[in-house]
Design a protein around this ligand. Structure first.
Ligand SMILES: [Cu+2]
Length: 656
């Protein structure tokens, strides 16, 4: 009976989708020709976009930087994956960023960019993003658009509900999608209910040093924790995490995790958790994990290996965590700008349930509980719910806010954005998107002060929307005007990787802080070369260190002899330029890793292991001047047993 119901639900959904696609497809082309849509997204040559849009690269592991309203792609920030464009993860000075307790992992699945906030408003200092697969959280410095820190999260698997920040970025929250044995153990999978647990992690951002630190974890029942958002205003002290699979199934979750009528949003009082940690309620648990950071003076990444983590058990910490019953496998959880409403996206629910923070506090005070799970009180649904949005589209997932009293929810199955009013819960508008929207983004739309001008749809499927590119079509974002009563589709633009979630911020907040070059006198790279006079080659056994400089339009030295097969040749290249937008590239023929891309004032190092005797050219890859093509040199490689002396020069030969 059950499976029949399921089948008919799927058929119904598919029918709805095809009708929606047909109907809305016609409507959209009419809209597109009826107005001055093009002029609303046109950014004239030489003019700037109004917003930066940061989209996750999904399974590319990177972060995309786009302009709005143009949709132009400006940059890919290297985060969890090696990037041959920049040498990130290949160069000696960035490899440490990708170290984990499982070794060097040059890939991840990046999902949720999240801007740092002050007073609940994006402040433009940092953007964080999660590594979903091998649980990690990265911090990207928005002065340089470089990843400067990556923290691995122990006791976690599938770091999905992450990294959402509290009102002043006191903490970056994260929780585990997959519950696992904690500590890890070789147990039968059928022992899920006895042995599997979840964790919710709080990573602190030190306001002075701006460094991250995994402050503590809370151990929770073995559900799948899916998404999160921290509170703001009255709910400042709280963070909210959706869960599904409260059934604790470990097989065929598509059926087995959909049995309970309601799953939970976990409401965590992090202020109280912090207090319990200070009072010594947390237990030290051994757990090996990496904390990688990039020292911007040394231009070099380092790894600290951590050995333990502080863990709180809700049983020892009354009042720290409550469950809000929420229909039905909730996905997103979003807190409105006032901090009062906690909106769930029940992907299988027929309504959008909205919880009230003040009702939640009252229900806690009045102990309106509906039982408990592992010592965690479950609040009564009717005691906490503020209202339900009826007819919210099929498969409601995520909600963002415009700051003018309206909420916008993405509906995955019916491929639309639904606009509704906070407080009355009435749907006031809907617009189709193409197709299968996941997250959506309003600039500042999860903050206290959204810039309610646009909503960006982040779509999974673009069939029929673009020129075909083989079996894989581009994924896309769509820009929608939300300044009027009716939403208006303005622009489709393709994205690199899966545009899973995105955040946007007014451009002027970031522009003024953008680093133009690194001051050469502040460069403390361990292999820096202070000017061409110090350029040199040093042999230490079979390790050869080349201290090289790059300036328009030559390298020093540009001729090197006496390198042998079997040597480890480290090129430490210092870019001596002190001018904006003058990087130099460096690569040797046959190098098996990548190029280096060296910003002005930076030093970078890459390892080359010559395999065969011969003469190997090297050159600059980044067009830097009219004589860029002349920016080149040669390395002579001799057999391992040769006695060709080590010689290097720029201009005329000089023996060493
Ligand atoms: Cu060059």
């Amino acid at each position: 009976m059950k499976s029949n119901n399921k089948k008919s639900l799927i058929i119904l959904s598919l029918t709805f989708i095809s009708v929606a696609v047909f109907y809305f497809g016609c409507q959209q082309s009419k809209d597109a020709i009826s107005g001055d849509v093009a002029s609303q997204v046109y950014v004239a040559p030489g003019s700037y976009d109004e917003f930066y849009l940061f989209t996750s690269g999904g399974f590319s592991g990177q972060l995309g930087v786009y302009g709005l309203p143009s949709g132009r792609h400006f940059k890919t920030v290297s985060v969890f994956s090696q990037n041959p464009e920049t040498g990130y993860g290949y160069s000696e000075d960035t490899k440490a960023m990708l170290m984990t307790s499982y070794g060097f992992i040059p890939w991840d699945d990046a999902h949720h960019p999240e801007l740092s906030m002050t007073d609940g408003v994006p402040d433009g200092r940092f953007i964080f993003i999660n590594g979903n697969n091998t649980p990690r959280v990265a911090k990207i410095d928005l002065r340089t658009f470089e990843t400067t820190e990556i923290v691995e999260i122990p006791n976690s698997a599938g770091n999905h509900a992450s990294p959402f920040v509290t009102e002043n970025t006191e903490y970056i929250v994260a929780s585990t999608r997959f519950s696992v044995p904690i500590p890890q153990a070789d147990v039968p999978l059928t022992s899920y209910k006895e042995n599997f647990k979840g964790t919710i992690s709080f990573i602190a951002l030190d306001p002075k040093t701006e460094r991250l630190n995994l402050a503590f974890q809370i151990i929770v029942p073995g559900f799948n924790y899916d998404l999160a958002h921290a509170g703001k205003g009255p709910s400042h002290d709280w963070a909210f995490f959706t869960s599904y699979n409260t059934e604790q199934a470990n097989s065929l979750l598509e059926i087995n995790a959909s049995k309970n009528d309601k799953d939970f949003i976990a409401a965590v009082n992090w202020k109280l958790a912090e207090k319990y940690v200070k009072e010594g309620k947390a237990k030290k648990m051994s757990a090996k994990y990496y904390h990688n950071y990039y020292d911007e003076k040394k231009h070099f990444a380092f790894s600290d290996v951590k050995k333990e983590v502080l863990v709180l058990d809700p049983k020892d910490c009354p009042g720290m965590i409550y469950y809000l019953p929420t229909p039905k496998s909730p996905h997103g959880v979003d807190v409105d700008p006032s901090g009062e409403y906690i909106v769930a996206g029940g992907k299988l629910a027929t309504v959008i349930p909205v919880h009230s923070f003040s009702k939640m506090i009252k229900a806690i005070e009045e102990k309106k509980f509906d039982g408990e799970v592992d010592g965690i009180p479950v609040l009564q649904y009717d005691a906490v719910v503020a209202g339900e949005v009826q007819n919210p589209g099929l498969g409601p997932l995520h909600t963002e806010f415009d700051g003018n009293g309206y909420a916008y929810t993405s509906a995955f199955i019916s491929s639309e954005i639904v606009k509704w009013k906070l407080g009355t819960w009435e749907v006031v508008d809907r617009i189709p998107v193409y197709y299968s929207i996941g997250h959506l983004c309003i600039p500042g739309g999860d903050s206290k002060k959204p810039w309610g001008k646009y909503v960006i749809a982040l779509n999974k499927i673009t069939k029929d929307r673009y020129l075909p590119t083989g079996p894989e079509l581009t994924q896309s974002a769509q820009l929608i005007d939300i300044t009027g009563e009716k939403m208006k589709m303005l622009l489709d633009f393709p994205t690199v990787g899966e545009p899973h979630y995105a955040q946007a911020i007014a451009a002027d907040i970031l522009m003024k802080n953008s680093t133009k070059f690194y001051k050469i006198e502040e460069n403390q790279h361990p292999y820096k070369t202070n000017g061409e006079k110090e350029a040199r080659v040093e042999r230490k056994g079979n390790n050869v260190h080349v201290y090289m400089t790059a300036i328009r339009s030559h390298f020093a030295p540009d001729n090197i002899e006496g390198i042998k097969v079997g040597d480890n040749v480290y090129f430490h290249v210092t870019n001596l330029e002190q001018d904006w937008d003058i990087p130099h590239g460096f690569v040797v023929k046959g190098m098996t890793n990548s190029e280096l891309l060296i910003m002005p004032g930076q030093t970078k190092s890459i390892l080359w292991k010559p395999m065969k005797p011969g003469v190997y050219p090297f050159y600059c890859t980044d067009f830097c001047s009219a004589l860029h093509q002349e920016m080149q040199g040669y390395v002579r490689v001799s057999p391992a047993n040769s006695n060709v002396p080590l010689v290097y020069y720029t201009g005329s030969p000089e023996k060493k």
